[in-house]
Design a protein around this ligand. Structure first.
Ligand code: SF4
Ligand code: SF4
Length: 267
């Protein structure tokens, strides 16, 4: 049995947590989220390079957290998701234990948000090569070519909302797209309404996205939709020098206002 299974088993056995959120074997060699509620179920958990889903998306789901305090098997993006959720007051310090898989292949238990922050501060946070190439290509386009690219991609969206479900920061109990009185965004998937949905989503995530890429990975029609919030995250970093999901006291740059702000955007 691996160290991961040992830790999960022990945490459940002594009652320190009531569920361990992790990864397990699915169908056809695929990995799926797996929830261990008992010592024996802890043996189902595994971790390898197929485990990329950002499991922090389960930390605001009442079906999971209503069982009691969770532990969560965390890659770097999951850890950033936890810190961001804490910054947004969705998680309190001490209410989740991260079981972190280190790049050296070791497993560490992090009980406090401060420990998670310290772990992240010593870890390089960079985009994977494919996303870097794609983003550089988009950045080098003219504005009209980039607009055409996104019009074509977003025109293919079938509005399944898998991107929203995959995201740890899309935790609202009712999403704007589901409000119909008034109806801000038409339900049917067509070019204009798709664009409205994706612009709204990108703006809601600006300064909050932890760059995990999981919204794009979840898309059944292969729209690289993560590149929109990830580009905005880079813009925020360039302008404000902040990186979402690294400090539990961080603010949201796009929705925080100070009395001394210049107000040069108000006519
Ligand atoms: S990359 Fe996508 S899924 Fe990940 S945090 Fe950003 S918006 Fe959410
Ligand atoms: S997952 Fe893809 S198809 Fe589904 S709503 Fe998101 S972008 Fe559209």
């Amino acid at each position: 049995m691996s160290k991961l299974n040992d830790i999960a088993r022990q945490l459940l056995h002594c009652g320190e947590v009531h569920v361990v959120i992790g990864y397990g074997e699915g169908f056809n060699g695929r990995i799926r989220p797996t929830f261990a509620f008992t010592d024996n179920e802890a043996d189902k958990l595994l971790f390898d390079n197929r485990c990329r889903q950002n499991l922090a998306s389960y930390l605001c789901k009442k079906e999971i957290v209503s069982h009691g305090k969770p532990a969560i098997v965390a890659n770097i993006h999951t850890l950033r998701g936890i810190i961001r959720l804490a910054a947004e007051k969705q998680i309190a310090d001490g209410n989740v234990i991260a079981i972190v898989m280190t790049s050296e292949g070791d497993v560490r238990e992090l009980h406090k948000l401060e420990d998670m922050e310290n772990f992240l501060s010593g870890t390089p946070l960079q985009l994977n090569e494919t996303d870097r190439i794609m983003l550089d290509k988009l950045n080098s386009m003219t504005v009209s070519d980039r607009w055409k690219f996104w019009q074509e991609e977003i025109g293919n969206c079938i509005r399944c909302y898998a991107c929203r479900q995959a995201c740890p920061l899309c935790y609202c109990t009712q999403c704007t797209v589901e409000i119909n009185c008034p109806q801000w965004i038409p339900v049917a998937p067509y070019k204009m309404s798709n664009m409205e949905w994706h612009i709204m989503r990108a703006m809601h995530l600006s300064g909050r996205c932890v760059e995990c890429g999981q919204c794009g990975a979840a898309c059944p029609v292969n729209i690289p939709i993560h590149l929109l919030p990830v580009r905005l995250a880079e813009e925020i970093k360039e302008r404000y020098g902040t990186v979402s999901g690294t400090k539990r006291e961080e603010i949201c740059e796009m929705s925080s206002f100070l009395p001394e702000d210049s107000e040069n955007f108000i006519g």
